[in-house]
Every structure is written in structure tokens, then in C-alpha cells.
Design a protein around this ligand. Structure first.
Ligand code: GSH
Length: 221
């Protein structure tokens, strides 16, 4: 039975799943969900995911929400032979990857979402000064992680990089990563050069960028 992914490409967590599918060479049937039109709040969708979010994965009868849970599942189930390195097997190595994934889920993505709410609901043109300071702080944490490793968890690409680059590339719309954070800037440049980023992150990133700019422009015209 083919994998089914409920998604909207502008969403950073969706793009983390798209990049993981791309790296693993996995196909999935895609179902477009217009989150802004309330399509995650229908009874059918809520029955599958009470958290009313995309990405949502269906693998036969098995249903899984949250991008971090989905990408680790995909590597554990479908990448174990070829790409186990993306989600290391050793306890400590895997725990560090998990910590970075939780950092994305609980800090980085939450700070991204606050800016989107500020633009879409509260009439802002980008982050408030406090939101900008919070994002800078998060960039500073990533800079620290990258001082001891070439990638955010280890000296090689892992799922942590995939998850975090989906969010950082979206935050970069309003808070460009600059040489104030040299390690982060270098890592981001290396991530942008990868084929999986260009195929599976860039198109959705351009969509959300265009969409949010249109919202801002429509208010000032
Ligand atoms: N922690 C979740 C966050 C998912 C999330 O918040 N998705 C947003 C789009 S970026 C969504 O589906 N929002 C629609 C809603 O909450 O109704 C993940 O990593 O999958």
C-alpha cells in the first residue's frame, strides 16, 4: 500500500518530510490540504489527527502526525539499510539528534509560527521586536551547536539538519542569517547546495514567501 502524505508545501514541517522522502527515494501519494481554508478542521481530518496539523502520514492503517515523528519513522522503517546514518543507532548519538529535533519542535518552529500569526492575524509586517530577539537567540543556540560539529547534531548530515533547515530557511525570509552567526551561515549555505533542499524545500519556501508578502502588500495598497 503506498504511503499517503497530507501536506501543503509552504509549511516548514511538511518540507522536512518532503526532503526526507526525497533522500530516501520514497514515493507517496500527496493530498493537498489548505490549512488556511480550515481543511485541517474537518471531521474527517480531525478523526485522523486531532492536533489538526499537516504533515500527516498514512502508511496503510498506521497514521502518524508531527514531522519529527514522521521523519524518524520513515528512516527507521524504510531507510535502515541504506541511510541509517540519518538517525544514528547508538544511544548517545541518537539522543543528540532527538534533542535537536525537540529544539526545532519546541523552540524554533514555535518562534516561526508566532511571526506568521503576527502577519496573518495581527496585521504585522514581520516579527515584532520581541519576536526578532527570540529568533536571534535561537540562531545563537544553533551557532553554539555548530561550533563543535559541521552539522547541527554531528559531523555528518542527520534528520536534525533536515528538520532545522526547513524552519531556518523560512525564518530567513524575515531574519536573514548573516555573518553575525558565521557557522550558521556556512551550514545554511552548504544545505542550500544539496539536491534534496533544492528539489523538496525551495519550491514550498518560495510559495510561503510569496503568499506572506502578498498579504503584507495587500494591506498597504
Ligand atoms: N509540530 C508539528 C507542527 C505542525 C503544524 O503546526 N503545521 C501547521 C502548518 S505549518 C498546520 O497544519 N496548521 C493548521 C492548523 O493548526 O489547523 C509538526 O512538526 O508537524
Amino acid at each position: 500500500m503506498p504511503l499517503v502524505l497530507h501536506k501543503i508545501d509552504g509549511s516548514p514541517p511538511v518540507r522536512a518530510v518532503l526532503m526526507t522522502l526525497d533522500i530516501l527515494g520514497l514515493e507517496a501519494n500527496m493530498i493537498e490540504v489548505n490549512t488556511l481554508a480550515g481543511e485541517t478542521r474537518t471531521p474527517e481530518f480531525l478523526a485522523k489527527n486531532p492536533m489538526h496539523t499537516v504533515p500527516l502520514l498514512e502508511d496503510g492503517d498506521f497514521i502518524l502526525s508531527d514531522s519529527h515523528a514522521i521523519i524518524t519513522y520513515l528512516v527507521s522503517k524504510y531507510g535502515a539499510d541504506k541511510r541509517a546514518d540519518l538517525y544514528a543507532n547508538g544511544h548517545n548519538a541518537r539522543a543528540t539528534i532527538d534533542q535537536r529535533l525537540y529544539f526545532d519542535a519546541s523552540i524554533l518552529f514555535v518562534r516561526f509560527r508566532e511571526v506568521v500569526i503576527n502577519i496573518l492575524r495581527d496585521g504585522g509586517n514581520g516579527p515584532t521586536p520581541q519576536q526578532a530577539a527570540d529568533i536571534e537567540e535561537a540562531y545563537g543556540i544553533l551557532e553554539k551547536y555548530l561550533e563543535s560539529n559541521l552539522f547541527v547534531a554531528h559531523d555528518r548530515l542527520t534528520l536534525a539538519d533536515i528538520s532545522i533547515v526547513a524552519t531556518v530557511s523560512t525564518l530567513d525570509i524575515w531574519m536573514p542569517v548573516t555573518d553575525k552567526f558565521p557557522k550558521l551561515l556556512d551550514w545554511f549555505a552548504r544545505m542550500k547546495e544539496t539536491e534534496f533542499y533544492q528539489r523538496a524545500n525551495e519550491p514550498g519556501l518560495q510559495q510561503i514567501k510569496g503568499f506572506l508578502q502578498m498579504k503584507i502588500d495587500s494591506r498597504s495598497s
